[in-house]
Design a protein around this ligand. Structure first.
Ligand SMILES: [Zn+2]
Length: 174
């Protein structure tokens, strides 16, 4: 019997980027229910859902074309069905750049034939539903941007404090 892997230690390097992501996601629009899912299916037209990037039938995720780290919204025109491998490989990279890159599991590396067609289709999808990216500067007013700046500075401080504390503890006990 194969035993499961021992869980990784949770680090500040894991937690703090998640806080930043949470902050950004709060300012994005979220409107993506059954109706929107049906419209995506209708647009891409395949009988069996497939990964928009590589064509795999193993569709397990919804991927943000413009990632949350770049303040991408969870709406029609930005959400596409994807396989886990593509979603994990693409991460925060611009989709066109990633698809044609030599990244380990990019469509190009996997030898996907119709990459150009797929990119065109995705651009048409974005345009069809009129998705326009908006930065945090567009979404927040001056006062809110300043509030966010202060929160980020405090977070940096807390992160430093935590790391120092852990370091000191380890120095004392090992
Ligand atoms: Zn894929």
């Amino acid at each position: 019997m194969k035993l499961p892997k021992v869980p990784q230690r949770t680090t500040t390097g894991f937690v703090f980027p998640m806080i930043e992501r949470t902050l950004k996601e709060c300012f994005t629009v979220r409107q993506f229910g059954l109706e929107e899912v049906a419209k995506v299916r209708e647009f891409f037209g395949a009988e069996q859902p497939e990964c928009t990037f590589c064509g795999s039938p193993e569709v397990k995720r919804w991927d943000h074309l413009l990632p949350i780290s770049k303040v991408g919204d969870t709406v029609l025109g930005n959400m596409v069905p994807a396989c886990a491998q593509c979603d994990d490989s693409k991460q925060d990279k611009p989709f066109e750049e990633w698809m044609t890159s030599d990244a380990k599991y990019s469509p190009k590396s996997l030898g996907v034939k119709d990459i150009g067609q797929r990119i065109k289709r995705m651009k048409a999808y974005i345009q069809h539903f009129g998705y326009v990216p908006r930065s945090l500067e567009d979404r927040l007013n001056k006062h809110e941007l300043e509030r966010l700046r202060i929160i980020r500075l405090k977070l940096l401080d807390i992160r430093d404090d935590i790391e120092m504390f852990i370091k000191d503890y380890k120095a004392r006990t090992t």
